[in-house]
Write a protein that binds this ligand. Structure first.
Ligand SMILES: *Cc1c(COP(=O)(O)O)cnc(C)c1O
Length: 413
């Protein structure tokens, strides 16, 4: 049994803040191990919606009345909270989006459309989520640039020698995730950024999976762009953020037109655009969700990301050694640096069937391709089971999961 007693996370107290953890599934206590897909929200985040709609619901940045002022202040306060969380230099470098997917599409459609043409190369990695592959494919079909893929080895670790060889004077952008959602691999993005910059290329980091587990410092990493989603960091769906260096954002054209993003609109002279970040925030945003995103980060800051990370890494260690005793189980993704994710396949038992049957034990895990089909193909599988951990998971829950897994595998064989 792994020892957790030295860790500074009071898991009972943490759990008491998450009402959903009290519910049962099929008459069993919920064991929620699908945190890499979406994370649960604490009461303080849930309360935001009630507070917001009872107290200050109003459109932001436009009114001069009190409610509009208060809503605007709450929204901009969330921007400052996100800025601090990723250590961006200025809050105008934080653009609110619907999530990571929209943030990555923003970079493709604005920076990419303005800067990429035939002869240029964009490097992505074999570890990417579909949302950091498909926007580049869509744009490449139009603009004629080439997408090159940084390979991974059988452990799910990026081949850094191949990366160095792929970089050249045609490389304009490296788009890579900080942590792989399918395998949990932590990528050496700081070193990758520095190598990209030596070749005059920019780096876009998909931080969706890093944000809940790793301290992020976009300035220290040398990130040109960094994307994250609120719902992977104890926040609501429908909100996320893109960090971009101010000089880059200022030069980039808008990608969506509408209210909020203009300076002045005319039929006679050219329409002019607002300063960043508003230039990239057309229309009424998901105001309550953004405010709740800020509260979620405040929650993480209160518990302490370092304590959360240490707890999750111990859970991963415990789960990894427990499942390793199961006959015919193979862990997919064995990188030395991993965060919060245990992906595996079992001889003689389909992943889909395992996921469905283990739900009968109240255990929620994910099965399938995890929006990373090229990666799974590289690992020689078309689906895996994935258990992923958050601050509120316990070693006892890991044991329920592993016992359930043994039962299910016996049923299937
Ligand atoms: C979840 C995830 C995404 C997509 O995020 P959305 O919130 O669905 O937009 C992108 N990349 C990684 C690594 C993810 O884990």
């Amino acid at each position: 049994m792994t020892n957790f007693s030295d860790l500074l996370l009071d898991v009972a107290r943490v759990r008491s803040e998450f009402p959903i953890l009290e519910r049962e599934v099929h008459g069993k206590p919920l064991v929620y191990l699908d945190n890499a897909a979406t994370c649960q929200t604490p009461q303080s985040v849930i309360d935001t919606f009630d507070d917001y709609y009872r107290q200050m619901n109003s459109n932001i940045h436009r009114g001069l009345h009190s409610l509009a002022d208060e809503a605007t202040a709450a929204f901009e306060n969330a921007r400052e909270t996100v800025r601090g969380y990723i250590n961006a230099g200025e809050s105008r470098e934080v653009i609110f989006t619907r999530g990571t997917t929209e943030a990555l599409n923003l970079v493709a459609q604005s920076w990419g459309r303005a800067n990429l043409a035939a002869g240029d190369e964009v490097l992505i990695s074999h570890l990417e989520h579909h949302s950091n592959i498909v926007p580049w494919q869509l744009l490449a079909a139009e603009r004629g640039f080439t997408i090159k893929v940084i390979p991974v080895d059988e452990r799910g670790v990026l081949d850094m020698d191949a990366y160095r060889d792929l970089l050249n004077e045609r490389t304009r952008l490296v788009a890579v995730n900080h942590v792989s959602n399918a395998l949990g691999t932590i990528n050496p993005v700081k070193e990758m950024a520095s190598l990209a910059h030596q070749h005059g290329a920019l780096i876009l980091i998909d931080g969706a999976q890093a944000a809940p587990h790793l301290a992020i410092d976009v300035q220290d990493l040398g990130a040109d762009f960094y994307a994250l989603s609120a719902h992977k960091v104890y926040g609501p769906t429908g909100a996320g953020a893109l960090y971009g260096r101010a000089e880059l954002l200022e030069e980039m054209p808008p990608w969506q037109g509408g209210g909020e993003m203009i300076a002045s609109v005319s039929f006679e002279v050219p329409t002019t655009f607002a300063a960043i970040p508003h230039k990239f925030e057309a229309g009424t945003p998901a105001i309550a969700e953004v405010v709740a995103f800020g509260r979620a980060i405040e929650w993480v800051n209160r518990i302490g990301l370092a304590h959360i990370a240490a707890w999750e890494s111990r859970l991963l260690e415990h789960a990894t050694s427990a499942v390793s005793t199961i006959d015919g189980l193979r862990i997919i993704g064995t990188a030395p640096q991993k965060a919060g994710v245990l992906s595996f396949v079992v001889d003689g038992a389909h992943s889909q069937d395992i996921g469905l049957l283990i739900d009968q034990f109240g255990v929620a895990i994910r099965t399938g391709h995890h929006c990373a089909q090229p990666l799974l193909a590289r690992m020689g599988v078309d689906a895996t089971c994935r258990a992923s951990f958050a601050a509120y998971n316990t070693p006892e829950e890991v044991d329920v999961f592993v016992d359930g897994l043994r039962h299910v595998i016996n049923m299937l064989r």
